[in-house]
Every structure is written in structure tokens, then in C-alpha cells.
Design a protein around this ligand. Structure first.
Ligand code: ZN
Length: 359
């Protein structure tokens, strides 16, 4: 799976590319969002990108609408990932009994791997639990991730990797792990052996137990934007987002209430999907600034203001970046839930203002 094959998730894809390129990829990440949005495809594309021996970078790309990089699709690792047969790629997902697999020790993800591959292909990585339940032919009992799956993860972790590189566990629907099994997974997630990568996917974040949530980096998967190529209208929006972003960040330092309130009113007047798009753009811009600051590489985007390009990245440090990302994730979800935009944007502004001053 390459990022280029995922429709409407360019901004998130670019964030994942930056995380891998930074060389500081957290070993456990939690992708949150409805499965139709493409979280599984993003997780797979991220793992493939991390494993690719010939990563591509597109320096000229406009990151709001175009990918800044991708896996090559041709190296040995990419080919195996493309066929979902890489020996260090493991899938864990909910299972239930069928005519073929009865309750007992056979009931585990491994026993349904060929069905799950078929499911991923048939639904282009965007299938729902209900579609999986039907394709696998489960009985009426809802599937869950089982103790035998935790055993399999532990066993795999004690084998040396067949190839150099990452050992990847994709846990599909981590909100269906029962608590007893979740407890077993804490240690491997907290203290992974070697180059292990846990990519968890969940629709309802609050159903993933807190001890797992707190050990993972959260990646919010928003509804896909239009899959069409950027139109001149989209390019105009992109320009507007850039100037809104620069104006907003400057305001957060001075915190002039009258000016901020005017900015919030005008941002809240935008269509809800544009508000979400703007917030994702802002979060992604901050990610790009942080990366440039940390690596000393040139800033991957131009805010059209040399002074801002030079000074803003210095406001981002390891002490505030995680809090800033959390704040964006939280408030983007609030926008999705139709919360009152003006209050949401004002609260986000105060939170960011406090965090930016805490470098
Ligand atoms: Zn490759």
C-alpha cells in the first residue's frame, strides 16, 4: 500500500511521512476514526514507507494538497508489503467461531488470515467490522481480540526478525480487545523488543483502555476530503489558510482579545469541512516547523513571510509539541461533533497560546 493510492488523506499521510523521516517514530501509534475513512490503509502505507529501501521525496509538493513523499513500490520490501505477505507484518483482529473454527485454542487471528487478506482487498482497506463479520462467516457472537492473539504476539516478539527492519503488528479494532487481553499487551507495547512497531486502529477511542492509550501516539483519521486534484479554488483556500495561520499564531503571542475575537468570528464563518481542513493544515504546518527545528533541515513550507519562517519554528520544542498535537486532535474532533465553532476555536486559541509560551 502506497500513500498515493489512498484517496483524500493527504494531510494525514504527510504527517506520517514526517514522523518516519524524523527518525523518531514512536513504536506504538493509535489511529482513531471510522474504518471507512482509511486508517488501515494509512497504517499499512506508513509501515511500508518505514520499510522501503528507496523512499521517494517530492520537494516541490504543496503539502496541503500533494504528498511530500512515498514508498517506491518496487523494492523487495515494497513488493512483499504490496502482497501483504511480508514475513514481519502481522495482523491481529477480532474473531469469533465459525463452522470451520470452533471455540478453543484455534480461535485466533492466525486461523483467519486468508479471509482477512481477502477482506482487505475486497473492501480496499476500508471495510467495517460488520463487513468483516459477514465475510468471515462468524456466528452471531460478536468477534473480539483474544488471549490466543496476545500469546501469538509474545511468541513473535521472541523470534528474531527474518529480515532486518521493523517487525510490525497491525491491531485492527483495538476497541475490541477485552481488558484481560489488553493487560497482556501493555508490556510489549511499553517495552518493545528491538525494532517493533505497533499500529493500533480504533473507532471509539474511549473504549481502548487508558493504559494502552497513554502508551500510544494518537493519529486522528478525519473523513477523507475530495479525491480530485487540487482545483484553483482549492489553491485559493490553501493561500487563505496560510495567511490565516500566520495571523493566528502571531496573535497567540500578544493575545489581543479584540483582534483574536475578530479572527475567531471570521474562521467560524467558514464551512465546517473547511474549518476542519484549516485546523489539519495548521497542525501539519506546526509539525513541519517542529521537524525543521529538530533536524536542522530547511523548512518544508513557505509561509510567505521570511521573519515568520525563521522565528516561528523556534517556538516549538519537545516540551510543548505533544500537548499542541493533542489539543489539535481534541478540537478537530469537537469540530467533527458539531460543537459550537466559536467556542471551540477560542478554547483552542487559549490552549495553544499557553503551550507556545511554555517552550
Ligand atoms: Zn520500496
Amino acid at each position: 500500500m502506497q500513500f498515493k493510492d489512498i484517496a483524500g488523506q493527504t494531510v494525514v499521510a504527510n504527517r506520517l511521512i514526517q514522523i518516519v523521516d524524523s527518525g523518531r517514530m514512536p513504536h506504538a501509534q493509535l489511529f482513531v476514526g471510522d474504518m471507512e475513512r482509511g486508517g488501515l490503509a494509512l497504517a499499512l502505507a506508513m509501515a511500508q514507507y518505514a520499510e522501503c529501501s528507496n523512499r521517494q521525496h517530492y520537494a516541490e509538493a504543496d503539502p496541503a494538497h500533494e504528498l511530500i513523499g512515498d514508498s517506491c513500490g518496487q523494492c523487495d520490501n515494497c513488493l512483499k508489503y504490496g502482497q501483504l505477505t511480508h514475513s514481519d507484518l502481522h495482523f491481529i483482529f477480532p474473531t469469533s467461531s465459525t463452522d470451520r473454527v470452533k471455540d478453543g485454542s484455534e480461535l485466533r487471528s492466525e486461523s483467519f488470515m486468508s479471509e482477512f487478506r481477502e477482506f482487505m482487498k475486497q473492501y480496499h482497506m476500508c471495510g467495517t467490522y460488520e463487513q468483516w463479520h459477514e465475510l468471515a462467516g462468524f456466528s452471531n457472537v460478536k468477534g473480539q481480540i483474544r488471549k490466543a492473539d496476545a500469546d501469538d504476539i509474545e511468541r513473535q516478539l521472541h523470534l528474531t526478525t527474518y529480515q532486518r527492519g521493523y517487525r510490525v503488528f497491525i491491531i485492527w479494532l483495538a476497541d475490541r480487545i477485552n481488558d484481560a487481553v489488553a493487560v497482556r499487551l501493555l508490556k510489549p507495547i511499553e517495552e518493545p523488543v528491538g525494532n517493533t512497531l505497533f499500529l493500533l486502529l480504533a473507532e471509539q477511542e474511549e473504549k481502548v483502555i487508558g493504559t494502552i492509550r497513554s502508551r500510544t501516539q494518537r493519529i486522528l483519521v478525519p473523513p477523507p476530503t475530495s479525491a480530485l486534484a487540487p482545483t484553483s479554488e482549492a489553491q485559493e483556500r490553501s493561500k487563505r489558510y496560510t495567511s490565516m495561520f500566520v495571523e493566528w499564531m502571531r496573535m497567540l503571542f500578544k493575545l489581543n482579545m479584540a483582534a483574536l475575537s475578530e479572527w475567531v468570528n471570521s474562521a467560524a464563518d467558514m464551512r465546517r469541512d473547511f474549518q476542519r481542513e484549516f485546523l489539519l493544515y495548521a497542525q501539519d504546518s506546526i509539525g513541519a516547523c517542529f521537524l525543521a527545528q529538530q533536524t536542522g533541515q530547511p523548512l518544508a513550507r513557505d509561509f510567505g513571510d521570511a521573519k515568520f519562517n525563521a522565528s516561528f519554528p523556534t517556538m516549538l520544542t519537545e516540551r510543548n509539541i505533544a500537548g499542541i498535537n493533542e489539543a489539535f486532535d481534541h478540537f478537530i474532533m469537537a469540530v467533527d461533533r458539531n460543537a459550537y465553532s466559536k467556542i471551540t476555536l477560542m478554547e483552542l486559541s487559549f490552549t495553544l497560546s499557553r503551550l507556545l509560551k511554555k517552550r
